[in-house]
Design a protein around this ligand. Structure first.
Ligand code: ATP
Ligand code: MG
Ligand code: MG
Length: 360
């Protein structure tokens, strides 16, 4: 079978590679800054673990290969301007927005969009980086050089943040994971819960249907193959799209523990043109992100904890790993999370408490 090359060699590439081992598929993540050019065969396949990359001999080799899957999609979604335009074209609900042009001023943006406005750089932002708040009466200003490089969004007073991971095959078949409730702190994902209990099953079912319908329109419009994630804001029984990621996504990491096949395997299967089956669940699953914290062997003593450590240098605010839990018994899950609490820094109290609340 042909090799699947991954543009990028971070944790997502590593987990794609790991998920393909049971299927006997060779997945090769590529360091885009390496000195050696990868040698691709004509029938190899190419995917990406990131939505944007600098132009280098390596990224050119990968992205110009005739089997670079979804090649035209990356540029379109990596730029928030064209991503928002796509959502508008499809008449999908998204936070009201406008481009930050040369003529734009903080006052005009606040007048048009409301008393709190979030400026987001068009490209390159992640984990809440490249964002700047404008607030009435708080000396609002557009940062230097952001003209034409950012969009402005109305601040949304959402109930929760909910995401959907879906996969589309070459034949156009669609499969979706259950929508996931996400806690972000300062723009960084801290925890995900796949099957919360604080809402009725009917409400969750209706939200699932709504989310699937939105993501289906996007996947079909882009003739997309593989996994895509859609981040939304929940306002009552309505979802509003925050942003799209044309790749496997942090809020889908729980699928490694909680689903018949993970988002990583789903992406590999779809990319390789292999069949997918309807997704079945192994229980209620949660994921706790490890942010800027040293590896702690004590995590491994916590019952139920499935630890993923990315082998990256630890820096404040950096994603360095995650821990999954899965069980059909919510009380057991809550006990396991309580067991994890003392192994994590103080700031995690709130994160674990939020996660437990979702399950009760
Ligand atoms: P990611 O790491 O998910 O790619 P990102 O840096 O691309 O994140 P966004 O997802 O756009 O950024 O925003 C990060 C977080 O900021 C969101 O998850 C949400 O908590 C908050 N946020 C973003 N847009 C808005 C908005 N319009 N109103 C209120 N909060 C917002
Ligand atoms: Mg993003
Ligand atoms: Mg986001």
């Amino acid at each position: 079978m042909s090799t699947i090359w991954v543009l990028g060699n971070g944790q997502l590439g590593a987990m794609l590679q790991q998920s393909a081992i049971p299927l006997g598929i060779s997945v090769k993540p590529v360091d885009i800054h390496s000195d050696t050019l990868p040698l691709l065969a004509p029938n190899d396949l190419v995917t990406a673990e990131r939505e944007q990359w600098p132009e280098t001999p390596i990224t050119a080799t990968l992205s110009q290969h005739p089997n670079f899957i979804n090649g035209s999609v990356f540029g379109r979604l990596a730029d928030r301007l064209s991503q928002k335009q796509l959502l508008d074209q499809l008449h999908l609900s998204t936070a009201p927005w406008q481009p930050v042009t040369d003529e734009a001023s903080a006052e005009q943006l606040l007048n048009t969009l409301g008393e709190k406005v979030l400026l987001k750089r068009r490209t390159g932002g992640y984990d809440g980086r490249g964002q700047h708040w404008l607030k009435l009466g708080d000396n609002p200003h557009i940062p230097n050089g952001w003209e034409n490089e950012a969009i402005a969004e109305q601040a949304i007073n959402f109930d929760d943040e909910v995401s959907l991971v879906g996969v589309r095959t070459r034949e156009g078949e669609l499969f979706f994971y259950p929508i996931t409730w996400n806690l972000h702190v300062d723009g960084i994902l801290m925890a995900s819960v796949a099957q919360p209990k604080f809402l009725s099953q009917d409400t969750i079912k209706a939200l699932q249907t709504q989310a699937e319908s939105m993501l289906t329109q996007i996947l079909v419009a882009l003739d997309y193959v593989g996994v895509m994630a859609m981040e939304t804001f929940r306002l009552g029984d309505q979802l509003m799209i925050n942003e799209l990621a044309p790749r496997v996504h942090n809020s889908g990491h729980w699928t490694q523990a909680g689903a018949s096949y993970s988002q990583f395997e789903a992406h590999i299967r779809a990319t390789a043109g292999l069949p997918l089956a309807p997704i079945t669940l192994k229980g209620d699953a949660v994921m706790i992100n490890l942010i800027g914290t040293e590896f702690t062997p004590g995590w491994l003593s916590v019952p139920g904890a499935e630890v993923y450590w990315y082998q990256k240098g630890v820096r404040a605010g950096r994603k360095v790993g995650h821990i999954n839990f899965c069980s059909f018994n919510q009380d057991a899950l809550v006990e396991q999370l309580k067991g994890l609490k003392p192994t994590l820094p103080e700031a995690y109290r709130r994160v674990i408490d939020w996660t437990c609340q979702q399950l009760q």
